[in-house]
Write a protein that binds this ligand. Structure first.
Ligand SMILES: Cc1cc2nc3c(=O)[nH]c(=O)nc-3n(C[C@H](O)[C@H](O)[C@H](O)COP(=O)(O)OP(=O)(O)OC[C@H]3O[C@@H](n4cnc5c(N)ncnc54)[C@H](O)[C@@H]3O)c2cc1C
Length: 464
């Protein structure tokens, strides 16, 4: 039986491992830390399970929901309450437009009543309806698209903060095509960006009552636990892979123990894969290192419910212009029905984005003290928290810049030509949402299967 080693026990590696096991390969997943899940981490706070990494998944992309179905978790999934997020900008809390797509307003009349954009900003946004199509050939940044069609205010007060919550990136640097492909697809149809998006949304024929996001009420860690049960025999924890060494057409995977493999899938962050491959192929390692990351930290807070005024919304985003440390605050008790009406009110405060690592130079006490000051200032919350957890995620959000697709293609080509039998997968390459990672993990596994089948000289030896 052919042996495949998957390095990394996040959702990408677990998905790759599941497919290989299903196809009958001898697969081992090496995970450096003492737990599975990578960025998926559910923790306990004042008696409830709360996510300190991803807390929901988009239903539009099917893979995560399909995984939950296959693990028998589908009946438990819940959608957020129908409450919208707000935005803190120009020193005040504003409602987001009801009719919007990734922060792009789809009904300009609605903007008049919100007090979010100036009259001049609204006039500039309206010009989208009459401006000629001046789209560049090829890729552009999200900022370039939004600024030239709708103006700076829509970019800085709406789209920027919303996208920042998804990829912690600088919208003036991230690629429209690779970082926000859904918007790239929606933007293409007509000269007007807003009319294009409206007709794209109509073409999807979505039931407006269907949920956009879903989650597990016990936290997304439940998905990892179920995968762990399925893959128990294939997992080795506390096994940090250091390097790969070729030997007689196979790979020696060097960690605490050396293991021989016919193929290897690196589902580790790009900088970790770069370090693993550096000794064998510095060139591919150099290209992997070119993928930049942003760091963020979550501070989870609980307060005695009686001490906190209810918040009318699922939480709020903070525009970069405000200079606050926090970039967003999820009012978890208001967003999720299963956390409502409890003894405690739960908040999840985000800090950090591309170019802003301030949260990483503060001690835990300093971080919490600053965030409490900012909560008092923005929402008048002055209560003492009952409990608090800080989870720092250094270099956690890969940044897909304008050169991203070129980097990914180049890495794939170098691997195929110079490091045969080694594959990369995960958030660094073709989308960082959970469904995209599952897709990429499986496609890495399929590439390994194709490689093994094409290089199989002994019929009795085939993997499946
Ligand atoms: C804070 C945060 C919030 C997010 N929120 C959402 C959300 O709400 N919805 C959504 O869809 N997506 C969200 N994302 C994105 C999504 O969670 C991640 O992109 C995805 O989980 C990454 O999975 P992965 O398997 O590719 O990588 P990871 O989860 O990073 O897994 C890689 C694994 O490799 C291990 N590893 C590293 N080096 C080695 C080595 N040398 N040897 C062995 N193992 C090694 C690591 O320990 C880790 O377990 C969020 C991400 C973050 C960071």
């Amino acid at each position: 039986m052919k042996k495949v080693v998957v390095v990394g026990g996040g959702i990408s590696g677990l998905s790759a491992g599941s497919l290989l096991r299903e196809k009958g390969y001898d697969v081992t997943i090496f995970e450096a830390s003492n737990r599975l899940g990578g960025k998926i981490l559910t923790t306990e706070l004042s008696g409830i399970a709360i996510d300190a990494g991803p807390d929901a998944f988009l239903v539009r992309e099917p893979e995560m929901k399909e995984l939950c179905v296959s693990l028998g978790l589908a009946d438990d999934l819940v959608a957020p309450q129908p409450r919208t997020a707000k935005i803190w900008v120009d020193g005040a809390m504003h409602s987001l437009p009801k009719n919007q797509f990734l922060g792009i307003p789809l009904d300009f009349d609605e903007l008049d009543d919100l007090g979010l954009l100036t009259a001049r900003g609204i006039d500039r946004a309206r010009r989208d309806l009459i401006l000629d199509n001046n789209s560049p050939i090829g890729d552009e940044t999200v900022g370039s698209l939004i600024r030239r069609r709708l103006g700076d205010e829509v970019m800085d007060k709406l789209v920027g903060p919303l996208l920042g919550g998804i990829n912690a990136g600088d919208p003036d640097k991230i690629s429209l095509n690779t970082a926000v492909p859904h918007l790239a697809k929606a933007a293409g149809g007509q000269a007007s960006l807003v009319l294009s998006i409206q007709s794209y949304l109509r073409s999807l024929d979505r039931n407006p009552h269907d949920p956009v996001f879903l989650t597990c009420p016990d936290g997304l860690g439940r998905v990892v636990e179920a995968l762990k049960e399925r893959l128990e025999d294939n997992i080795v924890l506390n096994q940090q892979v250091q390097s790969l060494v070729p030997e007689n057409g196979k790979w020696i995977v060097r960690g605490q123990d050396d293991v021989q493999a016919d193929a290897v899938i690196l589902s580790t962050p790009a900088y970790a894969s770069a370090s693993i491959l550096n000794g064998h192929n510095p060139d591919v390692s150099k290209w992997l290192s070119k993928i930049d990351y942003a760091s963020i930290a979550f501070t989870l807070l609980s307060f005695p419910t009686g001490s906190v005024q209810p918040f009318d919304g699922s939480g709020f985003l903070v525009a970069k212009s405000e200079g606050l440390l926090m970039t967003a605050c999820t009012w978890s008790s208001s967003k999720w029905g299963h956390l409502e009406n409890k003894e405690h009110t739960y908040l999840r405060v985000s800090t950090g984005r591309a170019g802003d690592d301030r949260a990483f130079s503060l001690s835990d006490d300093e971080l919490v003290a600053t965030l409490l000051k900012e909560l008092a200032f923005t929402v008048g919350l002055t209560a003492e928290p009952s409990d608090c957890r800080i989870v720092r995620w250094p270099r956690s959000f890969p940044q897909y810049d304008l050169d991203h697709s070129h980097k990914v293609k180049h890495i794939q080509r170098l691997l195929q030509e110079e490091v045969p039998g080694v594959f990369v997968a995960g958030a660094a390459f073709n989308g960082l949402g959970l469904s995209a990672c599952i897709r990429d993990g499986k496609s890495g596994a399929q590439a390994a299967i194709n490689y093994l089948e094409n290089n199989d000289t002994d019929d009795t030896n085939s993997g499946g």
